[in-house]
Design a protein around this ligand. Structure first.
Ligand code: PFF
Length: 522
């Protein structure tokens, strides 16, 4: 196929590894993972977690890097075009690829808003806005005030949150505006090392905490680690724990949603994907299993003990990060700097992920409609800005959770299933194996040929089946949603359906346009 416009590309191999690691290492590593591990069986959670890493996460990482690079060779940076390149005879497969633009967009809508809280809190830490607060109730009320859930002495309304949202949104758009090499790669190359510096300083601070309160024997750092890692093996019998572990692997590695397809589409045909993909995934696992688990939970344990910790960890992903952690850091010397580092770390983790969520939509407009990056970014910014208002103003009605369920959970597994079957069965495992190894710096262990062909798709179909079986009806009929919120959730769902329909129409138009252009050339 003739390729008129020159596509963007990565500046260096280190650049794309940093960018993929940047996408993977995010709020999921430092907020979601510790909470999930602590509430799903502690150390035992790591069994389904690692099984999912080796049978789902790593194979999908390789599949997406390979498919992305392959599709990029045809001038396509998003799933509709990439799927079409793989299965040219099938007229419908491109429509399944819509999920690869839709999913990242849906996550972007709420992720950017949460990311702006971390920017706000790093500012509050430096200016001492919450430094006088000394107990959970006060800190919780500070957070609720900031989120606009209640009017109180700290905040009256959403003004502060909205200002930080605007700043965060503009930074995101600016990075994407400068493109793959000039924007995303440049950001990740300094943000990732800085994130690790902040992470190591905080880790060092936490493991040298000792036992600050002699009247509470047992509240020490060793038991803090024990709280997270002592295994409750009975949890392994619960299907929910397996689903949550698999879900965490997808979310943390940024696989199964189309983002890595897009990033890899900017590679050249002979660039290695095996070692690069593995390096990015390993960096993410280090940040998650070592750093992510060693900062929040042990620190909070030392100050609050086992029973409070359990209720905090179970009461919401954000409470650990935005309520407990600032309280803990308030009690330590250099609290302003430490608080700044904690929220700074979260912000860096967040921004390097959110730009990756924006890129598929931008790439779709550029590649399939031949419009300039600047124009594509402007269109994306206008649409995303409008959509982002929903989580800001309807957080209390459960809109964020709803978006997270569809974008961050359900469609992830569905898309991963389609992708894997397409790769192993339609593209064909022999051809796929050759394609993975094109330009490779190391060979993938042979066993993965079997895993990718049989185990990964079966595991995915099993997870999908279990979900439909256990949760479909209650979810469709909104069984667990408060009556007053049902209307908001319904509106969110209709909105999502609308976005999907618009994308489907755009795909149709793009393909028709291309067909007409090709006919004209002939
Ligand atoms: N991996 C990111 C995290 O752990 O926070 C979140 C994420 C980014 C998920 C990009 C999916 C994605 F495509």
């Amino acid at each position: 196929m003739a390729q008129v416009r020159k596509r963007d590309s990565w500046g260096s191999r280190l650049g794309i590894i940093m960018a993929v690691a940047g996408s993977a290492i995010g709020l999921g590593n430092f907020l979601r993972f510790p909470a999930k591990a602590a509430t799903n069986g502690g150390g035992a959670f790591m069994i389904p977690y690692f099984v999912s890493l080796f049978l789902l996460g790593i194979p999908l990482m390789w599949i997406e890097w390979t498919l992305g690079r392959y599709g990029g060779g045809f001038g396509h940076g998003t799933a509709p075009g990439i799927f079409h390149s793989v299965w040219q005879k099938n007229r419908f497969i491109k429509y399944f690829g819509i999920i690869g633009i839709f999913g990242p967009l849906v996550i972007f809508i709420y992720y950017t808003y949460i990311e702006c809280w971390t920017l706000a809190y790093s500012f509050f830490a430096l200016t001492g806005k919450y430094s006088h607060l000394a107990d959970q109730a006060a800190m919780k009320s500070f957070l609720s005030g900031f989120q606009g859930l209640e009017y109180n002495q700290y905040f009256s309304g959403l003004k502060a949150a909205y200002v930080f949202f605007l700043i965060t949104f503009v930074i995101n758009i600016t990075v994407i505006y400068y493109g793959i090499k000039g924007g995303i790669e440049r950001l990740c190359k300094w943000a990732m090392p800085l994130l690790f510096v902040f992470g190591f300083v905080l880790l060092l601070r936490v493991i040298t905490l000792g036992a600050p309160d002699a009247s509470r024997p047992g509240w020490n750092i060793a038991n803090g680690f024990g709280f997270l890692w002592n295994a409750d093996f009975s949890s392994l019998r619960s299907a929910k724990v397996w689903l949550e572990a698999a879900g965490q692997i997808f979310f943390t590695l940024s696989v199964g949603i189309g983002v890595i397809l897009t990033y890899a589409s900017y590679l050249s045909k002979g660039d290695d994907v095996v070692l690069s993909g593995l390096t990015a995934a390993s960096t993410n696992e280090f940040a998650e299993v070592i750093l992510g688990s060693s900062i929040v939970i042990p620190a909070a344990f030392v100050f609050f003990g086992a029973s409070d910790m359990r209720s905090i960890a179970g009461s919401g992903v954000f409470n650990l990060g935005f309520v407990t952690m600032p309280l803990v850091l308030n009690k330590l010397p250099w609290s302003a700097i430490m608080g700044f580092m904690w929220f700074g770390l979260l912000f860096l983790a967040g921004i390097t992920s959110s730009v990756s969520l924006a890129q598929p939509a931008v790439a779709f407009l550029e590649d399939e409609f031949d419009i300039s990056r600047k124009k594509a970014v402007a269109i994306f910014a206008a649409i995303a800005f409008v959509l982002c208002q929903a989580p800001i103003f309807f957080l209390k009605n459960g809109v964020v959770d709803e978006l997270d369920f569809w974008g961050g959970t359900f469609f992830l597994v569905l898309f991963a299933t389609i992708e894997t079957i397409l790769f192993a069965w339609v593209f064909g495992m022999e051809k796929a194996w050759d394609e993975i190894h094109r330009g490779a710096d190391m060979a993938v262990p042979k066993i993965y040929k079997f895993i990718i062909k049989y185990i990964t798709p079966l595991f995915l179909l099993f997870i999908l089946g279990m979900w439909l079986w256990q949760e479909w009806l209650p979810i469709i009929f909104m069984k667990n949603i408060a009556n007053g919120d049902k209307i908001y959730i319904l509106a969110t769902r209709l909105g999502l359906l609308g976005i999907f329909a618009v994308l489907a129409i755009l795909v149709k138009i793009a393909w028709r346009r291309k067909r007409l252009l090709e006919e004209k050339v002939r």
